[in-house]
Design a protein around this ligand. Structure first.
Ligand SMILES: CC(C)(COP(=O)(O)OP(=O)(O)OC[C@H]1O[C@@H](n2cnc3c(N)ncnc32)[C@H](O)[C@@H]1OP(=O)(O)O)[C@@H](O)C(=O)NCCC(=O)NCCS
Length: 144
């Protein structure tokens, strides 16, 4: 079941975030601040009360940014990531955003393919963007 984030989801999301992004995970407080910012939309995928996937997008004046997207390892390859991303993109379009940006590790082929198949393209790299020294690729999808 896919549905918008609720406050009660934040602990589960932050634990999953910690598993999926060791060293760069958003903390509970960061997630809560985004959730309450009034500029945020998040989607979770829940199965039998367990959060198995989540994603969030923050809206600026004209552009949006995908903050995070993740799927529990055993649930991958079933279309959950694709559905979450599709819902975030749909919301950004409804909010009349011009573009939607994200950053992805250069080594993260599954995520990069997911984004490429959803109309994103690479813009430039941010050298040594991550704490372990890996570069990020900045990707964008333009709605204009
Ligand atoms: C990236 C991630 C969210 C994809 O979630 P998922 O539910 O497995 O993805 P889906 O099953 O919806 O697949 C969507 C597309 O992603 C790509 N993809 C997913 N897994 C892939 C893999 N192992 N190898 C290559 N491409 C893959 C494919 O293009 C796929 O589309 P297709 O099935 O039409 O070929 C998931 O791998 C994940 O949580 N990774 C760890 C966290 C992470 O890296 N998040 C992104 C940070 S920028």
């Amino acid at each position: 079941m896919f549905r918008p984030w609720e406050f009660k989801d934040l602990m589960g999301i932050s634990l999953l975030e910690k598993d999926l992004f060791p060293g760069t995970a958003w903390t509970f407080q960061m997630l809560a601040d985004s959730f309450h910012s009034g500029k945020f939309y998040g989607v979770v995928c829940e199965e039998d009360g367990l959060i198995v996937g989540y994603g969030g997008v923050t809206f600026g004046v004209e552009d949006a940014e995908i903050d995070n997207i993740g799927v529990r390892e055993v649930y991958r390859g079933e279309g959950i990531g694709k559905t979450i991303l599709g819902q975030l993109v749909k919301k950004a379009k409804e909010k009349k955003m011009n573009r939607i940006f994200l950053e992805v590790r250069v080594s993260n082929t599954p995520a990069m393919l997911l984004y490429l198949h959803h109309g994103f393209h690479g813009l430039y790299t941010r050298p040594r963007y991550y704490p372990d020294g890996e570069d990020a690729v900045v990707m964008v999808r333009e709605f204009l």
